[in-house]
Design a protein around this ligand. Structure first.
Ligand SMILES: [Zn+2]
Ligand SMILES: [Zn+2]
Length: 368
């Protein structure tokens, strides 16, 4: 069937809105009519060919991995959802490796094959324009499209009384930030936390810190508008990182250091700061994405004294369990993540990307 999609025809190319064709769902897949989809930096990393997508399946391609919509059609073996269900799409995983079997799906041993293969794991493709193959299955969805094919495994059924158009980013950015606090760091009520970088991920972590009852919540960034927003969302203190030394400022505010920090920037210098402000037994969660091979210098003696640096993917969360919980919190007014979103019409995808890259918006979401 036909679908309107944003196609990238070459490395670093613009998104081109085009009419293409999408395959019928296989037995374990569902076709989803996309209502809205978030834009994340990982989409742009795909466009720049920074991801481990096989070069022979790189372009032309459809990206998009924060889709939400309504199930249109399901394959013969799908039992989780039926046509008409509201769903958020998430990351895919294999379900059979040791990580998946032990309930740690974000660390699936086959993560690349199931999310960055340019095609289904078996190599079959789902999109084309006439005779030309278009690569997709990006995070098993390629949701910059009116219709997307997802696997039953990366489809999350959601409650119908929450606006569907805000749900796309749940599958990636929002659960990544919120989960790092609620599932990984697990601060007790009254704890202190500093969040380095309050983009969509850091801001979601901030909202989760409020949910967890942290009483010192320090937001660090270099964009004044973001720091103002952080204050609105519950930050007790904000620090402009390029005006003075954030480590000294945090020590000053907290009387010696914060129990938890999150690095949401992807910068070795920032990671160093996020470790240096920890007191003994403090924990730093690493969320910022860097190119493979990036190294950081840390004070080994400091680490020796009980400090932890912990990398976190997808908020250590099982999306089927965690996303409904976040939506319950949202419904009670305790997790207002919708305030992070700026909507754009699908046709304005290039403008949305530009605004995101310049820090003018926190989480752009395309309405399809
Ligand atoms: Zn796996
Ligand atoms: Zn993402």
């Amino acid at each position: 069937m036909k679908t309107k999609a944003a196609v990238v025809y070459e490395r670093s190319g613009k998104f081109t809105i085009d009419q293409i064709e999408i395959s019928e769902p296989k037995d374990d897949e569902a076709l989803v009519r996309i209502t809205a989809t978030g834009i994340c930096h990982t989409d742009l990393a795909g466009r720049e060919q920074y991801l481990p997508i096989p070069p022979t399946r790189a372009f032309p391609a459809v990206f998009g991995h924060e889709g939400a919509g309504v199930v249109e059609k399901v394959g013969a073996r799908v039992t989780k959802v039926k046509p008409g269900d509201h769903v958020a799409l998430s990351w895919n995983s294999c379900g059979v490796c040791p990580s998946c079997k032990s309930g740690n799906e974000p660390y699936c041993d086959n993560l690349f094959l199931y999310n960055f293969n340019g095609a289904r794991p078996d190599g079959t493709t789902t999109l084309r324009k006439g005779d030309q193959v278009i690569y997709g299955s990006f995070f098993c969805q390629s949701s910059f499209s009116n219709f997307a094919l997802a696997n039953e495994r990366n489809i999350v059924k959601v409650r119908k009384d929450v606006p569907l158009e805000i749900l796309g980013p749940m599958g990636c950015g929002i659960r990544t930030g919120a989960g790092a606090v609620m599932n990984t760091l697990r601060p007790s009520p009254g704890a202190s936390i500093a969040i380095f970088g309050v983009g969509p991920v850091g801001m979601s972590a901030l909202l989760a810190s409020v949910v967890c009852g942290c009483t010192t919540i320090i937001a660090v960034d270099v964009i004044p508008e973001r720091l103002n927003k952080a204050k609105e969302f519950g930050a007790t203190h904000t620090i402009h990182a390029s005006k003075g030394d954030p480590v000294a400022a945090i020590r000053d505010i907290s009387g010696g250091g914060v129990e938890y920090t999150l690095e949401c920037v992807g910068n070795p210098k920032v990671l160093r700061q996020a470790v240096d402000v920890l007191p003994r037994r403090g924990v730093c969660g690493l969320l910022g994405v860097v190119p493979p091979g990036t190294e950081v210098g840390l004070d080994m003696d400091l680490l020796m004294n009980g400090r932890t640096v912990r990398g976190v993917l997808a908020g250590d969360s099982i999306s089927d369990l965690f996303i409904p919980r976040l939506l319950d919190l949202y419904s009670q007014g305790r997790f207002p993540f919708d305030k992070l979103i700026t909507f754009y019409p699908f046709d304005d995808i290039n403008k949305a990307v530009e605004d995101m890259e310049h820090g003018r918006v926190i989480k752009p979401v395309l309405r399809l």
